[in-house]
Design a protein around this ligand. Structure first.
Ligand code: B12
Length: 211
């Protein structure tokens, strides 16, 4: 068994080269890609968040950790997405306007791809009109919104409302997620679904497009 604590430590220290090397080593020794993500990468970022909260880390340290996470995810992502299943739906995904956090959104996108969805990823800081444009142009049946900041959560509601105003709300299901988002919030803004992790997002997405 490889020393996976080293991988976690590399993320916390923001050392992308060590993170990439530890990821490769773990995969070579047969550790499942999803185990790497849920057991080590995500907990490492949680620890980074805790260090930020208690003012041991500041934005530059968070950025270095995010870069290390990205280096790991670039290796893991194709493996998560390599299921080869039939397309089960078309999803437009993005982080809402004002919010630059894209790691969780990228993970959800990779899992949805792995779960057989065609994924149109609009990136981060996405305005409501861009979600609408992409959903209409690509005939999507699902829209997935991510927010990591309490101050950008209202952009989720603005986006749901914009779909309503554009007359497209009946055509797409909307699912929301991100650390500060809750089922209660999803219900309050009229979203169709909420999930707290990339893994359960796939089951939710399947349920929503089948409904
Ligand atoms: C890395 C990071 C950054 C990086 C982001 C880099 C990037 N490319 O994403 C940088 C340095 C840019 C950054 C900036 C800021 N950040 Co920041 N950041 C983080 C950190 C440490 C990790 C986030 C992360 O990637 N987690 C790992 C992923 C895998 O988890 P996740 O995003 O939650 O996603 C999972 C689920 O939520 C879910 N999910 C996510 N999206 C979706 C969508 C759908 C549809 C579904 C179903 C599920 C789902 O599935 C994912 C996988 O399981 C968090 C702390 C934390 N633990 O969350 C703070 C944190 C989010 N940041 C915070 C803050 C305050 C900021 C800044 C305002 C700091 C500043 N003073 O400038 C800025 C804001 C910039 C902006 N406008 O967006 C606060 C937010 C507090 C709040 N509740 O509002 C946090 C919580 C830190 C803290 N504890 O205080 N940040």
């Amino acid at each position: 068994m490889p020393d996976l604590e080293q991988l976690k430590q590399a993320l916390i220290e923001g050392n992308w080269k060590a993170a990439a090397a530890a990821t490769q080593a773990a995969l070579a020794e047969g550790v499942a890609p999803l185990t790497l993500v849920t057991g080590y990468l995500v907990p490492a970022m949680d620890e980074v968040g805790r260090l930020f909260e208690c003012e041991e880390y500041f934005v530059p340290e968070m950025l270095l950790s995010a870069r290390a996470m990205k280096a790991s995810m670039e290796i893991v992502r194709p493996l998560l997405a390599a299921s080869g299943a039939e397309p089960v739906g078309r999803v437009v995904i993005g982080t809402v306007k004002g919010d630059l956090h894209d790691i969780g959104k990228n993970l959800v996108a990779a899992m949805l791809e792995g779960g057989g969805f065609e994924v149109i990823d609009l990136g981060a800081d996405v305005a409501p009109e861009l979600f609408i444009e992409a959903a209409a142009a690509r005939n999507a049946n699902l829209v997935a919104l991510s927010a990591l900041l309490t101050v950008t959560m209202p952009s989720m509601k603005t986006t749901v409302d914009a779909f309503e105003a554009a007359g497209l709300r009946e055509k797409v299901k909307v699912m929301v997620g991100g650390a500060p988002v809750t089922q209660q919030y999803a219900d309050a803004i009229g979203a169709d679904g909420y999930s707290d992790s990339a893994g359960s997002a796939v089951a939710l997405a399947r349920k929503l497009v089948a409904a």
